[in-house]
Design a protein around this ligand. Structure first.
Ligand code: ADP
Ligand code: MG
Length: 617
């Protein structure tokens, strides 16, 4: 079988351009890339610092800071220090009113149905703007480390994010000067970072246990041939490492008999206790005991004391896992892989409890607080076209089809078809003895191929000589799990065949896809008219060809006046054929048909009886 590679690298993406992966987290955010030499994903960091940037924005007198610096003001300047803004993305005040006390800064509550605004001093900010401050900081850091400008990114969101939350995330990217090529689910990213689902012909059920700073999510995914499907999600939007810190603070207050009310008055002290508690917690992930001096007091906590404190949270998270399994109609033994995500899964008790529950080892080989960003980088690399063997797609964003007579688009695979998918359709020749057919492949929603995007074309040749309309040329479109379109053409009578491959989505950004869809709606009315006229003209040309052919071959069986009247009808049709008057064209086709039908039938009968006579019965 002949294979012809088609170069469709007309897209807007350039290979040299760096596309980064961004985990825009509730507590921490970070950027990852594929290392140009090793080909492995790595999180970006400056020398001797963490890759994590706290998702906190502080508004000072004359400047805005993001990250570790902003975190210092969390307790001392609550009205000017914005944390957990991810919780507000795409939300109205009504959505969050029961948790309003969680936000120590001012969330505006007068326009309860509209998207929330946050007031800082005399200025108002949307969660999108606040997120864009974080993204801008990440972009600048990455540019500083990589010494190149960053314009494109893949950003992750929780699997349960709805359309408006995803859109808000996209908009935040745009505001930060980033072209967001794709929004992907955090658990999907985590799986990609572990290379799960990249293999073809692989079917896996994966549980992703994500315990971050303030939120807990568990997702059950199924990966079949590179397609990720979210079977269920569960979690608790107010459960995370911050609760562990609070529990430790409570423990110390008791230890030193500090009165809660007095303690709360002293913002500086609260801040120091909180930050020390976090340090202690992290320390206990690797040691048996923590002790330090704070405010003249010796404070301590042991690993087992800590584990006792967090036991209720562990139980709550396991309950969520049970519900997620139930919703996915699965048993815990159905789970093939368990991935640990989020800084809080570093706590040994968490790892062990999850492992015990599923009865399996859990994945912790990759840094749990980097794994989502690493996966986003893997996806970015795929989109950049560097990872040619793999294209992550689950549905076709645009219709795929071929050009038929008159430049019309004949759709074989409609948009939004689930992949992999396959369809075949039959076509035939227009002329007697025609030996080849040109197959032009297009992507788009418009009726005329000239308005769509050409993916490639090829000549299907070697069709054995046959009268027009007799060859049966089957064109089949197959999109495999990698999003590669394989086109096969086969003449069914002779069995000759040919196939080609194209990558339908390569080089198209989501925005371009959206524009193509929008155009198809705007032009729909005109397109329908043009299609009708084109179809009428095509039909006219075909009937003229067939009739002229017929008359030429069968003159001897026809009367002189019949030949004349057919000639007149053909001329009249030819006269109107080049106008755009569909109705008149169709009327003239009707007249020609009416005139030629009686003698056509008579001649056919004669031909049949002639054939019969020739046969020995
Ligand atoms: P998010 O996804 O919500 O942005 P992360 O995945 O960055 O959050 O997790 C942040 C949480 O992980 C914080 O509560 C932090 O204290 C906790 N954490 C980070 N490292 C450790 C560690 N070594 N041991 C225990 N907890 C940790
Ligand atoms: Mg996270």
């Amino acid at each position: 079988m002949a294979k012809i590679g088609i170069n469709i690298s007309t897209g807007s993406l350039q290979k040299e351009e760096m596309i980064v992966g961004i985990d825009l987290g509730t507590t921490n955010s970070l950027v990852a890339i594929i290392h140009p030499e090793t080909g492995k994903p790595i999180a970006l960091k400056e020398h001797n610092t963490s890759s994590l940037v706290p998702s906190i924005v502080h508004f000072g007198q004359n400047n805005v800071t993001v990250g570790e610096q902003a975190k210092q003001f969390l307790i001392t300047e609550p009205q000017h220090t914005i944390f957990s803004v991810k919780r507000l993305m795409g939300k109205s005040y009504n959505d969050i009113k029961y948790n309003a006390s969680f936000f120590t800064y001012k969330v505006i509550d007068d326009d309860t149905e509209r998207l929330v605004k946050i007031q800082v001093g005399d200025k108002f900010y949307s969660p999108i703007e606040l997120s864009s401050f974080i993204l801008k900081e990440l972009k600048e850091r990455a540019e500083h480390i990589l010494k190149t400008s960053i314009k494109k990114a893949v950003i992750t969101v929780p699997a349960y994010f709805n359309d408006s939350q995803r859109q808000a995330t996209r908009d935040a990217g745009k505001l930060a000067g980033i072209d967001v090529l794709r929004i992907i689910n955090e658990p999907t990213a985590a799986s990609l970072a572990y290379g799960l689902g990249i293999q073809k012909n692989e079917e896996k059920i994966i549980a992703v246990y994500d315990l971050g700073g303030g939120t807990f999510d568990v997702s059950i995914l199924r990966i079949v041939n590179g397609i990720f499907e979210v079977l269920s999600t569960n979690g608790d939007t107010y459960l995370g490492g911050d609760d562990f810190d609070q529990a430790i603070v409570g423990f110390w207050l008791q230890q030193h008999k500090i009165v809660q009310e007095e303690y709360i008055q002293n913002k500086e002290l609260v801040q120091r206790f909180r930050l020390t508690a976090e340090t202690a917690k992290k320390h206990l992930s690797a040691h048996e005991k923590f002790s330090t001096d704070l405010d003249g007091k010796n404070i301590t906590i042991s690993k087992s004391e800590f584990e006792q404190l967090i036991q209720p949270f562990v139980i709550r998270s396991i309950e969520c896992c049970k519900t997620a399994l139930k919703d996915a109609a699965l048993d815990k033994t159905d789970i093939n892989e368990i991935i640990m995500v989020g800084g809080s899964t570093r706590v040994p008790l968490i790892k062990d409890s999850v492992s015990d529950f599923f009865g399996k080892r859990v994945h912790i080989e990759l840094d749990p607080d980097e794994v989502v960003a690493l996966g986003a980088a893997v996806q970015a690399d795929i989109l950049a076209g560097n990872n040619k063997d793999f294209l992550l797609l689950d549905v076709t964003p645009l219709s795929l089809g071929i050009e038929t007579m008159g430049g019309l688009m004949d759709v074989l695979i409609p948009r939004n078809s689930k992949i992999p998918t396959k369809i075949a359709r039959q076509y035939t020749t227009q002329k007697d003895g025609q030996a080849s057919i040109r197959i032009s492949v297009y992507q788009g929603e418009r009726d005329l191929v000239k308005d769509n995007r050409k993916l490639g074309e090829f000549n299907f040749s070697g069709i054995p000589g046959m009268p027009a309309g007799l060859p049966k040329v089957e064109v089949s479109f197959f999109i495999n799990a990698d999003g590669i379109l394989i086109i096969k053409t086969k003449e069914l009578r002779s069995g000759i065949e040919q196939s080609i491959e194209v990558k339908p989505q390569y080089g198209l950004t989501d925005e371009e896809v959206e524009k193509m869809l929008l155009d198809s709606i705007t032009h729909a009315e005109n397109d329908i008219k043009v299609r009708a006229v084109t179809e009428a003209k095509t039909e006219a040309r075909q009937i003229i060809d067939t009739t002229e052919n017929f008359v030429q071959k069968n003159r001897e069986y026809m009367k002189e006046e019949e030949i004349n009247s057919v000639g007149i009808a053909i001329d009249e049709l030819k006269e109107v054929m080049f106008t755009d008057d569909k109705d008149t064209i169709q009327k003239k086709i009707g007249i020609l048909n009416d005139i030629s039908r009686p003698f056509a039938e008579r001649v056919m009968d004669a031909a049949v009886s002639f054939a019969m006579k020739g046969k020995k019965v």
